[in-house]
Design a protein around this ligand. Structure first.
Ligand code: ATP
Ligand code: MG
Length: 743
């Protein structure tokens, strides 16, 4: 073996080594957290290169986030050198297939400069379509409709098939808009995120020669976090692997947490059925966590029924006890977290970057942030409203996107009159109507504005805008990207607009725009000769909210979902309360509940040395401070690795506000507790009898769409329902007025 290859194998245990050395044929690595799955994948790719079995460009590696791809790339560079690593095809499914579509999309009617629409753009498009199909956006939210269409696309259900499946009024609206939405995307030369996976399938099916070309090119395929692939990703992987059949997938069914987004745990479970000759490798040694943390993880997952058997052991020490922190309120919880961080920082010398504070919902970050800010502890939030989702940034990006793809209607509408330049709603509607009548894109209508029959002033304003964009678009290839962006923003009046307002908020927005220009300049420096505006826009479009990670020395705050694949010396899991974790709407169905439990499992297994489990006895929810009940995920634990803050062993069920009676909530197998007060409320409601609207029932609201009733309270005229709507969140509605209909 070449020396480099030997070195690559040395960093692995015998089973991991086997996974690397079996390079031919399908391979399934199924193993628990921290067992080195990602590390094995990384070494496998390096090994293929070092032994000369594959040229770098013959290797494809698909990851869940861009950050994961970058990290793997860096490690491979260290193993085989920068030059060799550079040509590996490595990235998220979306990034890789966007790249393919730029090259080959012309075969199915897309030019290489297509735009990528995020959820915001897609909703804008739907909102605009709705009136034309007699649907009132105030009655049916474009968000819900977009969500429904996206779910259908995720499962590869087309407009006609979807129309046949319709089972409720809101779905009927989605079905009506699905086809026109796809047409509008095409007219705008745009693809939404789902299309980035579906169009390649279409491409491969319509052009077998293109498929063959990629099947031949990629001799070795790798997928990390395979348990979270959806139907379309599964189909793509299968198609591409048909050539050489060297498909290596890595995953853990116990960590599948994206079913709500269409991920199909069945993909990992059926790998062996699809590839009966697959080599199956199980890694059992955990390198990440202490024994206590692993014991807790096992105790958690034992409560799930749908789980493959897996053993995990470690040579790591027993480690520190896991501490259960009880707080009075979310404020108190945040303060306790802050104190523990300070204490560990001082006493053990942990750096701030060693800490992660995890929560179930983004809203929980606020109180944590406040406490850390007060305590002077540097922190960073991953996710939430990311930089690239901010309005001012999206405005600037819309301008830049227009230079590359002027047919991009969402971007065009966003900036045609921002800053205000005398192109009012009526003018815009006239332009859109003209475009529709003549089968043109909005931009093409603008190009022929004289024929639209606008008042002279409006026509002049449109022409000026056209000139602004066209003039800059003509310079796209000849002018450095950062210079072009600066010039466009200057001349569009956007800089002046932000400056003129003079408020601190406007200043902050102006600074954000400057920050974006810095990012462009940075991109130009990094990409050198090959820097193009569309290259930059593509990178930005494919950034996920999980990608903005702290590189500097700060505490990380993030959702449990975002923590997948990561590890930290110290981890806090906060908000372990009924209704929050597990989320209320997940408690009615065993499958949903098991997914929540897997999420708890994922969170716990991020911890290397210290783990804290936190809950508050009251929390501000539905607009008031409400008593909360400790999570069933704690009550059901059968383990001795947890201690209370006082250092006493934790025994489940031992908490003063626990009701001794078993639950009447109708959730089978729930051994948890409810406060007397809640129990009382429930009983009243049941006795009162509010007809069909009962907890757990599915209902439809004229505006919020479909939802699930979580709880009822009050009586008679005052009776209210707390309903969870997938798209708008939780709402408390007075039954008398809510016009809820059971579905
Ligand atoms: P997850 O399921 O959470 O994604 P994973 O199985 O991908 O976990 P890795 O992140 O690859 O696990 O590895 C966990 C940690 O253990 C990493 O810090 C990794 O470097 C280390 N590790 C894995 N295998 C070995 C080994 N053979 N020798 C030393 N350290 C190892
Ligand atoms: Mg991993």
């Amino acid at each position: 073996l070449p020396e480099a290859a030997t070195r690559i194998l040395e960093g692995l245990n015998p089973v991991q080594r086997q996974a690397v050395e079996v390079t031919e044929g399908p391979v399934l690595i199924i193993a628990g957290p921290g067992s080195g799955k990602t590390r094995t994948l990384t070494h496998r790719i390096a090994y293929l290169i070092a032994t000369g079995r594959a040229r770098p460009y013959q290797i494809l590696a698909l990851t869940f986030t861009n950050k994961a791809a970058r990290e793997m790339m860096e490690r491979i560079e260290r193993l085989v050198g920068t030059e060799a690593a550079r040509h590996i095809w490595m990235g998220t499914f979306h990034a890789i297939f966007a790249r393919i579509l730029r090259r080959e999309g012309h075969r199915i009617g897309y030019t290489p400069n297509f735009s990528i629409y995020d959820t915001d753009d897609a909703e804008r498009l739907l909102r605009e379509l709705m009136p034309r199909y007699q649907i009132d956006p105030r009655q049916y939210s474009p968000r819900t409709i977009r969500h429904l269409i996206s779910s259908a696309k995720n499962q590869m259900i087309g407009p006609e098939a979807y129309a046949r499946l319709v089972a409720s009024p809101v779905q009927e609206k989605a079905a009506r808009l699905y086809g026109p939405y796809q047409e509008a995307l095409r007219k705008a030369n745009a693809l939404d995120f789902d299309d980035l996976l579906l169009k390649p399938i279409e491409l491969f099916e319509q052009c077998p020669d293109v498929l063959r070309q990629y099947q031949e090119r990629w001799r070795y395929l790798h997928i990390d976090e395979y348990q979270d692939t959806n139907r379309a990703q599964y189909v793509l992987a299968r198609k591409l692997a048909e050539g050489h059949r060297n498909l290596c997938v890595v995953g853990d069914d116990a960590q599948s947490i994206y079913a709500f987004r269409g991920a199909d745990i069945g993909n990992i479970l059926s790998f062996q059925r699809d590839y009966p000759d697959a080599t199956v490798i199980r890694l059992e040694q955990n390198y990440r966590s202490t024994r206590r943390i692993l014991k807790l993880a096992e105790a958690i997952i034992r409560n799930n029924r749908d789980q493959l058997e897996k053993q995990l052991w470690t040579e790591n020490p027993e480690g520190e006890p896991i501490v259960l922190i009880e707080a009075l309120s979310e404020r108190d919880e945040a303060q306790k977290v802050e104190q523990r961080i300070r204490d560990l920082h001082v006493r053990y010398g942990y750096a701030f970057r060693d800490f992660a504070v995890l929560y179930r919902t983004n809203a929980q970050s606020r109180s944590l942030e406040e406490a850390l800010r007060r305590g002077g502890i540097p922190y960073r939030i991953v996710g939430g409203l990311s930089f690239y989702q901010r309005k001012e940034i999206k405005d600037v990006l819309a301008y830049l996107r227009l230079l590359v793809n002027p047919h991009d209607a969402a971007s065009l509408q966003r900036v045609i009159n921002y800053p205000a330049r005398g192109i009012g709603q009526r003018t815009l509607e006239a332009l859109m109507a003209y475009a529709r009548q003549h089968g043109l894109s909005l931009w093409q209508a603008i190009e022929r504005v004289e024929e639209v029959g606008l008042p002279a002033r409006a026509q002049k304003a449109v022409q000026a805008f056209h000139f602004l964009i066209a003039r800059h678009a003509a310079r796209v290839t000849s002018t450095p990207v950062d210079e072009l962006a600066r010039s466009l923003l200057q001349e569009s009046g956007l800089f002046d607009e932000l400056r003129r307002e003079g408020t601190p908020e406007a200043l902050a927005r102006w600074e954000n725009v400057q920050e974006l220009l810095n990012a462009i300049a940075e991109y130009v420096t990094m990409a050198g000769e090959s820097a193009t505006l569309s290259g930059f826009l593509q990178e930005v479009a494919l950034l996920t909210d999980l990608d903005e990670m702290p590189e500097d020395n700060r505490v990380t705050l993030m959702t449990l979902h975002a923590s997948k694949g990561l590890e930290f010396p110290v981890v806090f899991i906060t908000g372990l309360e009924e209704g929050l974790f597990p989320l209320a709407q997940a408690t009615q169905d065993r499958k949903d509940l098991e997914e929540e439990r897997r999420l708890f499992y994922v969170g716990v297994t991020r911890a290397q040395r210290h783990l804290f489990l936190c809950y508050a006895r009251s929390r501000y929810r539905y607009g008031e401070q409400q008593p909360s009940v400790r999570s069933r995920f704690l009550e059901e634990l059968d383990t001795d690795v947890i201690v209370t803050e006082a250092g006493l062993p934790f025994r489940r069920g031992e908490v003063e506000h626990r009701s001794s009676r078993t639950s009447r909530s109708g959730t089978p197998g729930f051994r948890g507790s409810h406060s007397q007060q809640r129990e009382a409320t429930r009983r009243v409601v049941y006795d009162e009898g509010v007809g069909e609207i009962v907890p757990g029932a599915y209902v439809e609201h004229p505006m919020f769409g479909e939802g699930k009733v979580l709880a009822l309270e009050g009586q008679g005229e005052q009776a209210r329902a707390i309903v969870f709507f997938p798209e708008v969140g939780q709402k408390k509605l007075v039954l008398k007025f809510a016009r809820l209909r059971r579905i």
